[in-house]
Design a protein around this ligand. Structure first.
Ligand SMILES: [Zn+2]
Length: 574
């Protein structure tokens, strides 16, 4: 067997609690003499120039991230994946790996090619990256691909747009061999390939289970953390893989995003059980299908379970709210070969006093701070730390340094309308004057909100978010504690003085009733007996509303045991 096929000891691999997708971990990375020879050969082959996205895909295939795929798909495989979400042999595979180069020069070369040829794939400096052993050439139907992959041919969809922008007319299929890995810049020293993680999880750390989590362009927030904690409760290890490939023009610089992850992980996560590694994967924007792809990628990294959030690789309104969940119903657990853990949208409920989802919290919007990745980025642009309930300061402090673009424009605005940002994080704000507060007499319109509203909402949440549950607890504990030294004396004092004041009012009114005439000489100056009696009865009723001072001696009645303590300690003597 040549060294290019397997990297892990197969016997050991067979004993691990997980197996690569399709049964084998692909390795198409050439090394040593084999690589030297292939490099020489590549220089004499027909050359096709590829863009960075294709280079990254080549590396993913070669290092086994996309196992069992060994190259770009031929037509039969490609159509099977598009129409059935499976490879020809029935193995689940959600997205096609196709290669249809663009450019006049590439197209001229493609015309000269035929099945059986080897082709050198080169970067823009004509340096060979890989060799493709051509086993198919087929017409690349963009509309067919867009429709089957995305369910739309609308070019506003970023995935559809990418097909038309990046793909040519003819697709080339065949297995590849990688000659040169991409340098991952600042992440080169912390990158992990599947061959590394399998060893790490199952040789070094002796895990029996690992949860995978792939995350997009946002700084680490408490919605992520909620899912991570669930994983760590259930499993031995957690592999967190932030994508370090630019998805959109506005984002948080990757180095800062990784550092913000590091900041929170260092402070709040068990170090030995949490592994953070960047993941370089091209964004396909395939919504639900991308969620399945990511689960299989986690599997190829050795994870036994895949943790999927609500808006996994989500894009706008092209799919149902939970499309990235329901797609998993199309496959059996055996076919996927990785435990799928789906999470509903996570928010912070100030009444529950914890992150929650509508699976776990019965309260409504009035107590909620929503966790919107876009909203969080906008707050950072405005230069304000998001509420601690949704982003830990350890994350936000670093993320704010890396946010792009920073600050506001000449109209004091960030990228999105400020009303949209407020609505995305503070769902109560349009209808209520404060978190948990009463309804406004006139609801506000999102379109009319200004930075002043943003400031008001932030300050409100900063002072009230952790007050609601605290006050509820204070109320309960005041009434319940029999160890009264835990309660402030001044509360009892205040309650006693309210009572004494009311006694004074009542005494005075009793006197007033006694002296009142049956008919008052001036009804604005004096009250007749009937009116004075009404005043007195109201004043007496107020006694009912004054809470008790609850001094410890008054609460002795609550502390009783039917049997003496000694009996519980084992003594049956009286
Ligand atoms: Zn709640």
């Amino acid at each position: 067997m040549s060294q290019e096929t397997y990297v892990l000891d197969e016997e050991k691999l067979a004993s691990y609690p997980q197996q690569p997708h399709g049964g084998k971990l692909v390795n198409r990375v050439l090394t040593g003499k084999e690589r030297e020879n292939a490099m020489e050969k590549a220089k004499k082959l027909p050359m096709i120039m590829v863009d960075l996205e294709a280079v990254i895909t080549l590396e993913m295939i070669a290092t086994g991230v996309l196992s069992p795929n060994e190259g770009f798909m031929n037509e039969e495989e490609y159509k099977s994946v598009l129409t059935k979400g499976r490879l020809k042999n029935g193995v689940v595979w959600p997205v096609p790996l196709s290669f249809a180069p663009v450019g006049d020069r590439n197209e001229q070369i493609i015309e000269t090619l035929s099945v059986g040829d080897d082709v050198a794939l080169v970067d823009e400096t004509y340096d060979p990256v890989a060799i493709l052993a051509l086993d198919d050439l087929f017409e690349y139907d963009k509309e067919f691909r867009a429709w089957h992959l995305f369910g739309t041919t609308d070019r506003n969809h970023p995935g559809v747009d990418s097909i038309y922008r990046r793909m040519g007319e003819t697709a080339l299929g065949g297995p590849i061999q990688l000659l040169r890995r991409v340098h991952w810049g600042p992440f080169e020293s912390i990158r992990l390939e599947p061959k590394d993680t399998w060893k790490l999880f199952y040789e070094e750390k002796k895990f029996n289970s690992v949860g995978g989590f792939i995350t997009g362009a946002n700084p680490l927030h408490r919605g992520h953390e909620y899912i991570h904690r669930n994983a760590l409760e259930e499993l031995d290890g957690l592999l967190v893989q932030p994508l370090v490939e630019m998805a959109k023009r506005e984002y948080t610089r990757h180095e800062y995003r990784m550092l913000s992850y590091r900041g929170v992980l260092n402070a709040y996560y068990p170090k030995e059980r949490t592994i953070l590694a960047p993941l370089r994967v091209t964004y396909i924007f395939a919504g639900p299908r991308e969620a399945v792809l990511h689960a299989l990628i986690m599997k190829n990294y050795g994870c036994t379970h895949a943790f999927i959030g609500r808006d996994h690789a989500g894009i706008g309104d092209y799919y149902d709210k939970y499309a990235s969940h329901t797609i998993f119903d199309e496959f059996t657990a055996d076919e996927l070969g990785i435990g799928i853990r789906l999470f509903h949208e996570v928010f912070y409920c100030t009444r529950c006093d914890s992150p929650a989802s509508d699976q776990t919290c019965p309260h409504d919007d009035r107590y909620r701070i929503n966790i919107s990745g876009t909203g969080i980025r906008e707050l950072l642009r405005y230069g304000v730390l998001p509420p601690k309930e949704i982003v830990r300061p350890e994350s936000a402090q670093i993320a704010m340094q890396g946010i792009q673009p920073k600050g506001v424009d000449e109209n004091n605005l960030a990228v999105s309308p400020v009303g949209k940002t407020i609505k995305s994080i503070f769902p109560y704000y349009l209808n209520r004057s404060r978190l948990g507060g009463p309804e406004r007499s006139h609801p506000l319109e999102a379109g009319k909100l200004t930075i002043d509203d943003l400031e008001a909402a932030i300050l409100d949440v900063r002072s009230n978010a952790d007050r609601i549950y605290k006050e509820i607890f204070d109320e309960f504990s005041y009434v319940t504690d029999t160890l009264r030294s835990t309660q402030a004396d001044w509360i009892a004092d205040a309650r006693e003085s309210i009572y004494q004041q009311q006694e004074m009012v009542v005494e005075s009114l009793e006197e007033k009733v006694n002296k009142a005439a049956d008919k008052a000489s001036d009804e604005f100056m004096y009250q007749d007996k009937g009116e004075a009696e009404r005043e007195l009865s109201v004043a007496r009723k107020i006694f009912n509303d004054i809470p008790g001072a609850l001094r410890s001696e008054e609460l002795e009645y609550r502390v009783w045991n039917p049997l003496p303590y000694q009996r519980y300690r084992g003594s049956d003597e009286e």
